[in-house]
Design a protein around this ligand. Structure first.
Ligand code: 5AD
Ligand code: SF4
Length: 422
């Protein structure tokens, strides 16, 4: 028996797909192409209108390619539009209800599974034996930023027990995983029976055989000097911070309900860099939020120049169901949004290039996690999360190795390096 799965969206969705795949594999299914599959799954993203629309067209496309397979829709769109999806799916699986998937193999592959809380948050789902493995530490979100659909697609925040997190990471290192990427909408608000995020990091840092810890995403309002210090002190915690700014204008930040201003944000970056001087910082930016004037936008440009992020993910604001901002007056025109997005990307691309150029000649610790595009190369990441392609001259390197590489070439989205022997 065979399955095919297509995943849209963020790392949480990638992890959710893995959970479903591990259940399928436990039940004797193997991965295949669409046409040969007995079960076809689409894991959907609702974060922007475009991603949501894509799901419906993708389902149509896939169903044309394979008319006989059982069709399962899951993910964020499934959670908010179960009725629409149940008309075109055998199974609709909300983000809350992945645990229910286990049961389907006994009860028949059909039905709609949606709940208003996360089912069984402490359940330890299987992994697909990757060198870098995602581990959920919290589910859901309580922040209600006015542009965001996530509190509706992933519901209220729940912290997983540290016992289940540690058990999962121990399983990961047993099969050869070397790095964990802790996932939560706001990892800083982790709280399980009084244990906070730094306490959790301290426990994970002690796991033997684990080499690296990363986490996404931190909310700027909750990121503090204590975590900046913890990252520098826990040797496995990598020196990379993803801290979404969204806008450089205090007025827009207030309308977004972000609960920090630019000055406070800049202070957090300063803390991070003070204790992690070689660290990298990435961010998310939204352009064209309702009422964003040219003057507000200029403040975002100023912020990019001021902070000097290593990389940003930039998006045009998109109206989302349930999210308050979609009701706000003075929406920015599509044309204006396009222009602003281009400008942000141009400016950032120069900044990223300048920062990456500084890596030239550096000796970097690289964890190899996959094969590179060229047959005689391996790919890995620096502690700061830069992708490095390394010549695998005698084919002696393998996934999971940690090597030291001298950076000899800077590409647009990666670096090239060669192994240092001394
Ligand atoms: N429109 C545009 N971008 C959005 N994001 C979240 N919601 C929206 C929206 N409605 C972006 C934010 C967030 C990232 C994951 O997606 O920048 O940090
Ligand atoms: Fe991830 Fe948000 Fe998209 Fe859901 S809506 S897949 S949580 S980015």
């Amino acid at each position: 028996m065979k399955y095919y799965i297509k995943t849209f969206g963020c790392q949480m969705n990638e992890r959710d797909s893995e959970k479903i795949e591990s259940i399928l594999q436990e039940n004797g299914y193997e991965i295949s192409n669409v046409k040969d599959a007995d079960i076809v799954i689409v894991n959907s993203c609702a974060v922007r209108e475009k991603s949501e629309r894509k799901i419906f067209s993708e389902i149509g496309r896939i169903k044309n390619l394979n008319k006989k397979a059982k069709f399962i829709s899951m993910g964020c769109v499934a959670q908010i539009y179960p009725e629409e999806l149940s008309k075109i799916s055998d199974v609709v699986l909300g983000t809350t209800s992945l645990y229910e998937f286990k049961q389907l193999f006994n009860d028949g592959i059909k039905g709609t599974f949606i709940s208003n809380t996360i089912q069984n948050p402490d359940y330890v789902f299987g992994h697909l034996k990757n060198i870098r493995a995602y581990v959920d530490i919290t589910y859901g979100c309580n922040n209600f930023c006015t542009y965001c659909v996530v509190p509706y697609t992933r519901l209220r925040e729940v912290s997983r027990s540290y016992k289940s997190i540690l058990e999962e990471i121990k399983e990961i290192v047993e099969f050869g995983g070397k790095e964990v990427i802790l996932l939560g909408q706001n990892v800083n608000s982790y709280n399980y029976e009084g244990l906070n995020f730094i306490g959790l990091l301290e426990m994970i840092n002690k796991i033997e055989k684990l080499k690296r810890i990363r986490f996404i995403t931190s909310h700027p309002k909750d990121f503090g000097e204590d975590l900046a210090i913890a990252i520098s002190e826990f040797e496995k915690a990598c020196e990379h911070l993803h801290l979404p700014l969204q806008s450089g204008s205090d007025r827009i930040l207030r309308l977004m309900r972000r609960r920090y201003n630019f000055k406070e944000f800049a202070k957090k970056i300063e803390y991070f860099r003070k204790y992690n001087p070689k660290g990298s910082v990435t961010s998310d930016i939204i352009v064209g939020f309702p009422q964003e004037t040219k003057d507000d936008f200029k403040k975002t440009i100023f912020a990019l120049k001021e902070i000097q992020f290593d990389e940003i993910y930039s998006f045009k604001y998109s109206n989302r169901p349930f999210a308050k901002a979609s009701l706000m007056p003075n929406q920015v025109s599509e044309e204006e949004k396009n222009e602003r997005l281009l400008m942000v990307q141009e400016i950032q691309s120069k900044i990223s290039k300048q920062i990456n150029n500084r890596y030239f000649g550096n000796i970097e610790e690289v964890l190899l996690d996959s094969k590179a595009k060229l047959a005689n190369q391996m790919q890995g990441r620096t502690r700061t999360n830069k992708i490095v392609n390394i010549d695998n001259v005698d084919f002696t390197l393998k996934e999971g190795d940690i090597v030291f590489a001298k950076i000899k070439k800077i590409n647009k989205h990666s670096l090239n390096g060669e192994i240092c022997t001394n």
